[in-house]
Structure formats: structure tokens, C-alpha cells
Design a protein around this ligand. Structure first.
Ligand code: GAR
Length: 205
């Protein structure tokens, strides 16, 4: 029997729905990367951000989530490190990819094991340089400046049990001019983040 237009349309929507990747963003700060990812994928049929989670109740990224009507979750020691509650929530949401966008807590081993090659992080330096505990945000750019580097950049990598050590997915570089201070370096690196992070995410969907 010939399908009615109504049912073939719903099959179509169902099929398309099945290919839309479900993404969770974890962030600790202002959320400029999260905002940029949301604007890049606005109206996209490739991915949907189904959760924005933060370990800080005052993080700007939660305001961004509210503006986009995206569900949020506060990450605590209890649900993140001392139990599998957060993992269970991600599984219940059928999350395909977890994106760390300025997320400053170490990801517990249990979470890495539950989502192998499905958690990525952006780091504002050319790893393995200037990574590891305590190396985040402006501390990275201060260190790059103090060392007199002539280039810096971004690294997008899979997350493993160690800070900033998982397999590298992509790196992009920028030159540092002799009169660039740490702030100027940060601005150049942030421009790379805005340009490349969504594109790299897209390449992984
Ligand atoms: C970004 O520069 C990101 O690369 C960095 O934190 C900033 C978050 O900014 N991440 C790290 O340093 C991770 N070690 P945002 O909240 O405005 O996106």
C-alpha cells in the first residue's frame, strides 16, 4: 500500500533524527567557545547540544545555555568523582560526543572508560608544551610569553586519564610578534579557537 504523505514525512524525520549527533558541553568559565559552537551549529542537522554542564554555579556558560534553552547540570564532586551519577546522566541522554570547552576539572578514569574516543578537549597551547595541572587560561599565555616563544596555538585532543595528554586530533598555530605581550598572544589563540573548534567538532560527527 502506498504510504500517506504524513507517514513518509514522519519516517523521514525519524531517519534524520537518528543521524543527529548528541553533544554535551562541559565548561567552567565564560563560555565563549560554547557560544561559538552553538552559533556555528545553529539549525544544523548534524548535531544538537543536549546538555551544558559546569562545575561552577556562577559560570557564564550557564547563562549562555539558558539563552539557548539548553538543559544544564551542575557538576559536583559527588556526581562527578565519587559516583557514576554524571556518567549515567550522559548515557540516559544518549550523548555521542562530550566536548570540554574550558573545563578545568580532571575527567575521572571511569568516564574516560565509558566514552572511549568520545571526549575531546581544547587546550590553548601547542601540546605537549604548556599543558598539565595548573596550565589553563591566562596561565598558559603568561608561560608562553615568559619563555619567549615565537609561536603558539591550539590543540584539540581526545581526553584520557591524564591532563592534556590524549591523542591529538588537530593543532593550529599562530606566530608571536616581538611586541606581543601575553594578552596579545591570548587574543591570537582565542581567534584560532573561534575559527577551528567548531570545524574540528564537525569533522568528528
Ligand atoms: C579557552 O581559552 C580554552 O582553550 C581554555 O580555557 C578557555 C575557556 O574560555 N582551556 C584550558 O585552558 C584547558 N586547560 P571560554 O570559557 O571563554 O570558552
Amino acid at each position: 500500500m502506498k504510504k500517506s504523505t504524513g507517514s513518509s514525512l514522519s519516517v523521514d524525520i525519524l531517519l534524520r533524527k537518528n543521524t543527529v549527533k548528541r553533544v554535551a558541553i562541559l565548561a567552567s568559565g565564560a563560555g565563549s567557545n560554547a557560544a561559538n559552537i552553538l552559533s556555528y551549529f545553529k539549525g544544523s542537522d548534524k548535531m544538537e547540544v543536549v546538555l551544558i554542564a559546569s562545575n561552577r554555579s556562577d559560570a557564564g556558560v550557564l547563562d549562555i545555555a539558558a539563552r539557548h534553552a539548553i538543559p544544564t547540570q551542575l557538576i559536583t564532586k559527588e556526581n562527578f568523582r565519587l559516583s557514576n551519577d554524571f556518567i549515567d546522566e550522559l548515557k540516559a541522554l544518549k550523548v555521542d560526543l562530550i566536548v570540554l570547552a574550558g573545563f578545568l576539572w580532571k575527567v575521572p578514569a571511569a568516564m574516560v572508560q565509558h566514552f572511549p574516543q568520545r571526549i575531546i578537549n581544547i587546550h590553548p597551547s601547542l601540546l605537549p608544551k604548556y599543558g598539565g595541572k595548573g596550565m589553563y587560561g591566562h596561565f598558559v599565555h603568561d608561560a608562553v610569553f615568559a619563555a619567549g616563544e615565537t609561536e603558539s596555538g591550539i590543540t584539540i585532543h581526545y581526553v584520557n586519564e591524564q591532563y592534556d595528554e590524549g591523542a591529538i586530533v588537530a593543532q593550529h598555530k599562530v606566530s608571536i610578534a616581538s611586541d606581543d605581550d601575553a594578552h596579545a598572544i591570548e587574543m591570537k589563540v582565542r581567534a584560532l579557537e573561534m575559527e577551528w573548534f567548531p570545524k574540528v567538532i564537525e569533522s568528528l560527527l
